[in-house]
Ligand binder design. Structure first.
Ligand SMILES: Cc1cc2nc3c(=O)[nH]c(=O)nc-3n(C[C@H](O)[C@H](O)[C@H](O)COP(=O)(O)OP(=O)(O)OC[C@H]3O[C@@H](n4cnc5c(N)ncnc54)[C@H](O)[C@@H]3O)c2cc1C
Length: 392
């Protein structure tokens, strides 16, 4: 199989960096956080947040020549950005992460003509992308017809952003195509196909309501060959498939940071910051969150360094698996510390804790957590070098 080199020479000069610690980013995140309670609803998409992200250029931030150009080793900065948006609103972070994921798959697998078209969708038309892979027994089949046309059959579950996404990347079983069979990606040009049926009753979640992750039925929709992305089974190519888990872990850590910030603010407002037990809990939250930051930093830097070497694929996957597992654990430990610190009165609206708690609890449920841990164990047993050399 051909080896991908994701980092090619960057011809265009990048625009000046909009620093992640800059005032405009902080102001943007504050606006998104302040509006989060208004969209804490199963049927309300945070449209305003995405208008703001588009205005700030953040929908296009990984495109060629932009600040976090996918062709350059900027994974750590991207993870920090995802964390900041997740801290503002986990549902916005989830949908934004899906958009960035789709653009990365385009960067890896699209033809030049497709890149031009889909990048223009983002940079000129500010269209939102997403990746919808999860499905139930009635999942997607992509039937090849004559003349380069394809008919879709079946549904996807957990379609974050649902009808608000103009360019969903969906996956399905390609059938009857002489050029190949397998798990095929395609990007639906929503304004050029029939309406996609939405099952809103699917979405009655504990949290993450504003991600409006409905079940969508694509049966009967017809698309063209130009809408197919990459070759069958490219979607599962490693290290890109598992390696992306550090992105959702970054969004999750943002949720833990939001709880930490809100806990300190509430304790200060109640003059409870001198209490030694509260200080002990806040200390534990602080070092847990900072260890999460160190995981993100190391995952970003190691991934960028190891991607250049095709022999390091397994190592990237194992390191990303450790990162997502460690950050899940960190979030699960931060939540009860925050609960105990703020008490029952802190867990009532309009304070943000109960919403963030619901959102984070639900968003921590990501694919195959047990298999992820098993795979880390397999890797470290199959690679018996000294511990201090394992992740060099
Ligand atoms: C808010 C939110 C938004 C989402 N948005 C999207 C999206 O936009 N696109 C998308 O594609 N997906 C999306 N998802 C789906 C997500 O990627 C995961 O697929 C989903 O959360 C996993 O569901 P689950 O926990 O029910 O999985 P399960 O796989 O059922 O896992 C539940 C538990 O069962 C274990 N388990 C798994 N398989 C087996 C087995 N065979 N035998 C025994 N135990 C098993 C797991 O380890 C875990 O402990 C979203 C999820 C959430 C929560």
């Amino acid at each position: 199989m051909e080896t991908l080199n994701p980092f090619q020479p960057v011809g265009l000069a990048p625009k000046p960096l909009l620093g992640l610690d800059s005032e405009p980013i902080a102001a943007l995140c504050k606006q998104i956080a302040d509006a989060a309670a208004q969209t804490d609803d199963d049927k309300t998409f945070p449209e305003e947040a995405f208008s703001r992200l588009a205005e700030a250029g953040l929908l296009a931030v990984t495109l060629p020549g932009r600040q976090l150009d996918s062709r350059s080793p900027k994974t750590s900065q991207l993870l920090q950005l995802l964390k900041r948006i997740g801290a503002a609103n986990l549902s916005v972070g989830r949908v934004y992460e899906g958009h960035i994921n789709a653009l990365n798959l385009i960067h890896l697998y699209a033809t030049q003509e497709q890149k031009t078209r889909w990048y223009a969708d983002v940079s000129q038309y500010k269209r939102l992308f997403s990746v919808w892979n999860t499905q139930a027994a009635d999942g997607i089949k992509i039937h090849a017809l004559a003349n380069g046309r394809y008919r879709l059959e079946g549904a996807k579950t957990f379609c974050s952003g649902s009808g608000w996404i103009q360019r969903p990347l969906i996956t399905g079983q390609l059938l009857g195509d002489p050029s190949g069979q397998g798990w095929q990606m395609c990007i639906i040009p929503t304004e050029r196909v029939d309406a996609i049926a939405q099952d809103t009753s699917f979405w009655q979640p504990l949290g993450m309501r504003a991600s409006v992750s409905y079940k969508l039925d694509f049966t009967g929709l017809e698309i063209s060959r130009e809408d197919l992305l990459g070759q069958p089974d490219d979607y599962y190519r490693q290290p890109y498939f598992s390696g992306g888990a550090s992105r959702f872990a970054a969004v999750q850590l943002g949720g833990a940071e939001a709880l930490f910030n809100a806990t300190r603010a509430l304790l200060a407002s109640m003059n409870r910051t001198d209490d030694p037990i509260q200080r002990t809990r806040l200390a534990e939250m602080a070092w847990l969150i900072e260890s999460g930051n160190q995981w993100l930093k190391a995952a970003g830097e190691n991934t960028d360094a190891w991607l250049a070497d095709e022999n390091e694929t397994e190592k990237i996957v194992a390191y990303t698996n450790m990162t997502r597992t460690a950050i899940e654990e960190i979030c699960l430990r931060v939540m009860p510390l925050a609960e105990r610190s703020v008490g029952a009165r802190g867990l009532m609206r309009p304070l943000p804790f109960e919403r963030i708690h619901r959102d984070l609890t639900f968003y921590l449920r990501q694919p195959a957590p047990d298999a992820t841990v098993l795979d880390i164990g397999r890797y470290v047993l199959d690679n018996p070098q000294n511990a201090h050399e394992l992740w060099r």
